[in-house]
Design a protein around this ligand. Sequence first.
Ligand code: MSP
Length: 531
Amino acid sequence: MPQFYVTTPIYYVNDVPHIGHLYTTTVADVVARMRRLHGADVFFLTGTDEHAAKVVDAAKERGLGTGEWADRNAAAFQSCFAEFGIQNDDFVRTSQERHKVKVAEYVSRLLASGDVYLGDYEGWYDAGQEEYVPDTKARELDYRSPINKKPLVRKREQNFFFKLASYAAQLTELIETGQLSIQPVGRKQEVLARIRDGLKDVPISRTSVDAGSEWGIAVPGHEQHTIYVWIDALFNYLSIVDTPERRRYWPADVHLVGKDILWFHAVIWPALLLALRKLPGCEWMGPPRSIHAHAFWIREGEKMSKSMGNFVDIEELRRYTAEFGLDALRYYLITQGPLGAADADFARQRFIEAYNGDLANTLGNGFSRVSNMINRYFAGQVPPPATAFPALQAAAAEHVARAGEHGAALRLDAMVGSAFELLRAVDGFIQETEPFKLAKQPEQLSQVGSILYHAAEAIRIASVLLAPVMPRSMAALWQRLGLAEMAAELDRSPEALSRGGVERWLRWGQLPVGSPVQQGDPLFPRFKSAS
Ligand code: MSP
């Protein structure tokens, strides 16, 4: 059984989660569920990045201990993810011993390897992003953070440096050959161009973070140095699977990240792994297979920021789930979100259009129509397919194949699109074959039954394709089709699922004749605006 390892960035705990965090984590959740559906042994990791100076500062502002503040926010991330249906396999906190011990071990190995040396740093630092900024770039930015516009800080300190510059050729080759795939392709070109411009060695420790505090991970043997928070954080992807039971998941198949943190993931992180991989016992620690950098959510055309106070926060997202259901929110995030190179606008009007057009109409009404006819003409039991309709069957197979390809390439909107094309094909099939007219002639009843079997089976297949995005509503749909067995199999714990292999549910003919079909409230009631 193939392994699949997907990660999200780990999130700073200086504050509570917002749409950006939930978005990436939801994308990862959909990818994980989709891979499980295709029979992979999946490991999905998310978590929190706790040793940033801004976490220390935020705690101080509130008169709390750093650990206390981190605990609170880490709990907020965990409960947010649970509330929004995320099924991660583990949740890493960088303040956990299991992570700290491993990071100290990796850094001490690098110290001994000759890839790390002690030097002096003088230059600019973006405290909000916890990022060193080269002089030329600082000038271009007018000495302000491109993200929060706050002034860059001048730093002068003694640091341990990692010999990043010596990995330029190896990194270029990895990326150009696609051994390390960077998506979208425009971002890959940006990364390659920046490597061509020249790589400088990078600091991996700091002396000025929170001197004298226990926060952070000390450089082994040099306790006055704290491991730079980005290095500490990147290692989470490795530390959490660096156990005998989990090593099989390495290397990560995809690191999902935002475009602002691609450089760390596409350049610094693989180079660290290339350095580690040379060391005895670390040969397995190769670079990840792919990194996908999404763009940003904006709001009604405006950039979202704390200072503007226009962030879509969890409260607001919760109002959407209360009004439309969690799966409708997931559907919106996945199909309208900034997974590619372009930013995406979070706008209520677009949400309602997608909800009414796709979910209430195409999916919800399409399903109601078929289940109502099965109830009316066949006493609520799936009729036998006496006649075959090979065209619809072929369309189903084709859309399943396409959805699989789109999903594997992380084109999640296109994956969902394939399922909807299948639903529209069912709609066209019903328009064409007119079972509601044929049903008026008793001798045509068997033909009506065949039509409805095909329609219901094609909808069932589309629903399986949609299940990674909308697990709860699709399970509700299966219950109504009397498919308790399928619902149970697809909803099992990841461990059980990984043993099962559930791909068969994507094949034609799994809907049993005689299955009891229930009518009920619409799966996605049409939204009528008050105005
Ligand atoms: N702690 C680092 C990541 C370390 S990974 C080894 C970090 N944390 S963060 O909490 O600031 O941000 C995490 C993610 O949120 C980033 O991927 C960032 O791109 C994303 N987003 C922040 N604002 C966003 C939007 N407006 N829209 C979408 N994602 C956004 O960076």
